[in-house]
Design a protein. Sequence first.
Length: 217
Amino acid sequence: MTLHFDENYGETATLRDGSRVSLRLVRPSDKELLRRGFERLSPESRYRRFLSAKSELRDDELKYLTEVDGHNHFAIGASTTAEDGTEEGVGIARFIRSSDDPRAAEPAVAVVDDWQGRGLGTLLLARLAAAARERDVDRFQGRALAANEAISGILEQLGSSVTVRADGGELAVDVNLPDVPADIPVAEPTKTPMARILAMVAHGMLDVRRFFTGTQR
């Protein structure tokens, strides 16, 4: 099968406010780019991603986040060009395939603070879902504390495309991925179960900490 999102993939997209970004797959050479992007995240945004206060990315974390195989661990980045011509990372999205179920994966999306609210996270999510589907992933997964009634209420509103099951003191959440065109524009409606699940991930409501530890649940 020919993949659309392979090492040759690249596109330039216009966001809702007219700003433009370039998208491509993450490479091993992107460690410094990722480090600089992390430095642009506010303490609150860092806490949401890592579930703890974190001041920097270690070398082993940078290796884990950039040296991906593109199949079981897939990552796509968004960047702009600074006035001096250097590339600056402004967003990243990734999924890691479940070791227990090859058709399921955990997603994560991060956008630097001064680029939030422009539709970049939505765009990255759409591309991530499309890349997952062409790699035979049909569900994204996350986990939440079962005692969190606010999250439980949101999940109950998402309908049959979302499956929630109790797992100890947590809720295991699966969301079925729709068929997403590889070139769907950022202006498309985003109030889908998938979009709401990823919004919960972005706000630290669903736990995806293994993205940054390399551990399997």
